[in-house]
Design a protein around this ligand. Structure first.
Ligand code: DAH
Length: 349
């Protein structure tokens, strides 16, 4: 065996490789030269053992170099064939990978949880209660007796006793129009101090439009203890607004009216869409209303048996959809209920 036979083998391999025109041809060439049992290169390497000792080293390295050359040439040719072969024979390495579809929580759930997290960090407990409510908790104990004009503000969906008379008002069942009834439910069952929020769905006889849906989501809040002041209310809700919008936001408390608070206010935040100059998002007022609030009315404490001379408190209620519109810059509340994935997938908190 001589170095020349190694060169011969190399030439033979080149010729065979040039002649190969299909993956099957290529495989045959590979077997012919490299197969462990009958491959020609394998035989060559084995034969080195019988060469004169002083030539073995040189032959060995020549044979190894040849073997490596052949392997590389075959692999390169394999790749070319794969890339140019028809779809049946080939894996298309340029095809984009399929992404697994990742589900996520609904934007309204994300906003609700964000609100909950902020208040939990301030020591509030999260409570939930029934969506089917009675007249007492939804209205009467909140200082809205059957004849109270404030009831007109609530387009109530009654489930029984559609016209609640003064004497059967307490028994009427309805879909709660706000989460404020949870204030009553909690105070009836617990002594002060109170520091809770109550998220949940509420219902009103509204038709769908860009700013109304017959069902929406509120978060109620209630704090009761000795010496709770209007300053506590303002400090708490300002801190909430800053955390929620993750920025220094300008707020204003605007006097308002709710039968269950006195004094009552609404909290506006400066519109971030236009920095207060006025735009479509804020209906050109520069402000966006985010919640109603006030100091708990003594009549509410009386309804639940709290000592109104000893305790004071504040309450607030906010609409989650409203906050979500504001946070995401969406201008139609119905988007949150259509479950169009193209919309939902854009929103990540
Ligand atoms: N219940 C009110 C509503 O549905 C919101 C609200 C206002 C809740 C003032 C409160 C409050 O607790 O003090 O619009």
């Amino acid at each position: 065996m001589a170095a020349s036979s190694i060169e011969d083998l190399s030439r033979q391999f080149r010729a065979a490789l040039d002649a190969a025109s299909s993956p099957a041809d290529l495989k045959a060439v590979r077997d012919d030269f490299l197969s462990r049992k009958q491959g020609r290169v394998t035989a060559l390497v084995k034969s080195i053992a019988t060469a004169p000792p002083e030539e073995r080293r040189a032959l060995g390295s020549l044979a190894n170099a040849l073997k490596q050359d052949i392997e590389e040439a075959l692999d390169a040719r394999d790749a070319v064939m794969l890339a140019t072969a028809g779809p049946k024979d080939a894996v298309d390495v340029s095809l984009p990978a399929r992404r697994p579809w990742v589900g996520r929580r609904h934007p309204l759930t994300q906003v609700r949880e964000r609100v909950e997290d902020i208040f939990m960090a301030m020591g509030y407990q999260v409570i939930v209660g029934p969506e089917i409510e009675d007249d007492w908790h939804n209205f009467e104990a909140l200082n809205m007796p059957a004849s109270h004009p404030a009831r007109d503000m609530q387009d109530t969906l009654y489930l029984s006793a559609p016209v609640p008379a003064p004497d059967n008002g307490r028994a009427a069942t309805l879909l709660r129009t706000h989460t404020s009834g949870m204030q009553i439910r909690y105070m009836e069952a617990h002594d002060p101090p109170v520091r809770i929020i109550a998220p949940g769905r509420v219902y009103r006889r509204d038709n769908f439009d860009a700013t109304h849906t017959p069902m929406f989501t509120q978060v109620e809040g209630l704090v009761v203890d000795e010496h709770i002041s209007l300053g506590d209310l303002k400090g708490t809700l300002n801190a909430f607004a800053e955390e929620f919008f993750d920025a220094k936001v300008t707020t204003r408390f605007r006097p308002s009216f709710f039968p269950y608070t006195e004094p009552s206010a609404e909290l506006d935040v400066e519109c971030q869409g236009c920095s207060g100059r006025g735009c479509g998002l804020c209906k050109h007022t520069g402000w966006i209303e985010i919640l109603g609030c006030g100091m708990v009315h003594p009549a509410v404490f009386e309804a639940v048996g709290y000592d109104a001379n000893r305790y004071t408190g504040f309450a607030f209620g906010m609409g989650i959809e409203r906050l979500a519109l504001r946070l995401y810059g969406v201008d139609d509340i119905r988007m949150f209920y259509e479950n169009d994935l193209r919309f939902l997938e854009q929103i990540a908190l």
